[in-house]
Design a protein around this ligand. Sequence first.
Ligand code: AMP
Ligand code: MG
Length: 490
Amino acid sequence: MAHFSSPKFSTRFAQLPSSFFTFVSPQPLDNSQWVMWNSELAKNVGLPSNAPLDVLKQQLSGDKTHPDFAPLAMKYAGHQFGVYNPDLGDGRGLLLCELTAQDGRVFDLHLKGAGLTPYSRMGDGRAVLRSTIREYLCSEAMAGLGIATTRALGMLTSDTPVYREKQESGALLLRMTESHIRFGHFEHFFYTNQLNDLKLLADKVIEWYWPELALSDKPYAAMFEQVVAATASMIAQWQAVGFCHGVMNTDNMSILGQTFDYGPFAFLDDYDPSYICNHSDYQGRYAFNRQPSIALWNLSALGHALSPLIDIADIETILAQFESRLQHDYSAQMRAKLGLHTKCEEDGEFFVSFFDFIERTHVDYPRFMRELSNLDSGDEAPLIDLFIDRAGAKKWLQSYLERADKEVDQTGMPITAKQRCAQMRKVNPKYVLRNYLAQQAIEKAELGDFSEVATLATLLASPFEEHLEHHSYANLPPEWGKSMEISCSS
Ligand code: AMP
Ligand code: MG
């Protein structure tokens, strides 16, 4: 375990050949200040839960160096919007060290916004406060929703000017996850024909994350199968909750199937399956309803990169599992969200009518699902009020309640509305990180007030709870908040 008073900054990744990375020191930021610190996460990996140590800040911000401190920028490549780019890598992020959690899991600590690296290309190596807040909040929101994700341990602001569409300030995100290895790491070694390194990377992924697979007949195929399964499960969760990633390039796809590299993401407000959250995605490649097929496309790109290690027939067989895994998970989650676990003959038809209804009415998706979970109050008005066509909404609600009445438990006893709704409230969040909420918090933070960021972080960590004192954060977005275009610049 690393203690920052006497740091041991070694990482397993740093033991790999130099073709995998370059050692780089962070470039100092002016007057850096801690503005967020995730006490729960910190405690779990043996770090102080209160004010972060100055020594940590000094090292992270490059103000002070330590002889053992050997941060590194990883080399990777990737398909961006379908086009292969060999020149990627950590252009502004550094792998700092590993921390061991209470349960024995080893986490990477990564610093995003740390300055130039050999992979910065035309970039400045920095991350602006706005995008750092968005990543901090969204990774914690996803964790609160139970969706696999990288985590945010802390955030620093600074007085260093960073230029995007306008002048902004440079910030740093301390990111934690078990792996920063992306599909693009494998693609890099495949396309540069460094097949020994490709094999070594696969061996290390198995050793570090799925050691039991080393005993399998075909360890690399088994590894690929894990990646496909984890990705399918993540995408099912995105689709069920209404999360739109926005930049599903293969360099933003985690080998562990965690939501990774938050950019112009959005949670659906109005239910619009073809919603495109990335202002620069002119063709809608990463539209909400294309995420499953894009994930499969990305997995195929990974499969291709692994083809020196796995038989083509095995790659195809494993890729063919993606759709059924995704369908299975997605269907289970939608059943849970609607409180309809019992398999009934009419379910196929019912679910078609459900999606048709929410798509046609463009109802606010998170709010509608939460109101469905509150019907045990006996008051249908908050739900019906979401619709202009109230008669149409009442008619659909009638069909839903008739179907819900058929729910039975394992012993065949009918499930009451109270029981059904109590379960539904555990899977339909009251609070989601709507873009307008993030935007309001960012605008305050840019004036030096992080209270709203902190409130959102707390609420989103337990989004299924009522938090009555913060009820207004569950409000529908204002008109300006719905049409927000999120810039890709970060
Ligand atoms: P992203 O779109 O953030 O996933 O980044 C794609 C690639 O561009 C990665 O190789 C990043 O490291 C790099 N990159 C993004 N922003 C910057 C920046 N401001 N400076 C240097 N490299 C960057
Ligand atoms: Mg990225």
